[in-house]
Design a protein around this ligand. Sequence first.
Ligand code: H2B
Ligand code: FE
Length: 302
Amino acid sequence: KERRVPQSLEEVDNTQILGFGADLAEDHPGFKDQAYKDRRMAIADIARAHRVGDPIPRLEYTSEELHVWNTVLRELRGLYPDGACAEFQRCFPLFDFKEDVVPQLEDLSQILKRETGWQIRPVAGLLHPRDFLNGLAFKTFHSTQYMRHPSKPMYTPEPDLCHELLGHVPMLADPDFCDMVHSIGVASLCADDSQIWHLTKIYWFTVEFGIVLEGYEKKAFGAGILSSYGEMEHMRTGKADYVPFDPHAKQPKMSYKDGYQNRYFVLKSFKDGAQKLREYCSDITPPDIMARFLHKVTPALT
Ligand code: H2B
Ligand code: FE
């Protein structure tokens, strides 16, 4: 099938949802909860109906959903002073997260637009990797809008509002981090399926589980570490391998769900990571597309 490079965000399909849809898998905490499934579907319909450029509809969250948000926020907040990188600590307060209100995607998207020019587009669930990565080329983060199941506030088998808002959104207010993520997105525009798989792993080992060096200290910027006490502990107590980030190298296996990562990639800085990803990107992306999407082409590449 002929594939066209999307020319605008409208051409990035946000309807190909993987994994759970209406029917949650057996190991999902909401599997037997029909009211939860109906709610999740109603929220998913908002994402399906949303058109690029329109404000993201506001949702009135239930008191049960608010309770989940409140629990997760209070729990994770404690991780950040010691474990999170300096950029996260700088950006987190910009969003002014409150324990007694579930944040609205539209408000956070406005803050991102102001800080870095990024935005949020709602999506019904785990988006197909190609579409998700292509969205990054348009400085767009596809975010779910539903809450994880109340029976397990500290666990979710799929992305949910808490993971997106606490793990991903704050970092997207940092310009150097955004440059790095943008390069992953631009590289995905012309990628074949095996390169998409490689980029999925790069995304996993950076945006989800990345570490950055501050002096000799390893600090987390990956959303999967910033949203898990266990993962943070595991990362900091040195039971895993730590290797310098190299986008050209064969990427290790990803550990999903249970079990922490066996290996973490360590960046010197986001600027360095962005530079490396830009070089990788230029190997698979034609120069005209590079120039169109990445305005500041670094001297090393000219
Ligand atoms: N979809 C959604 N909704 N959120 C994500 O964080 C996400 C996704 N991550 N699709 C993507 C896939 C990532 O795991 C890689 C690129 O496949
Ligand atoms: Fe994520």
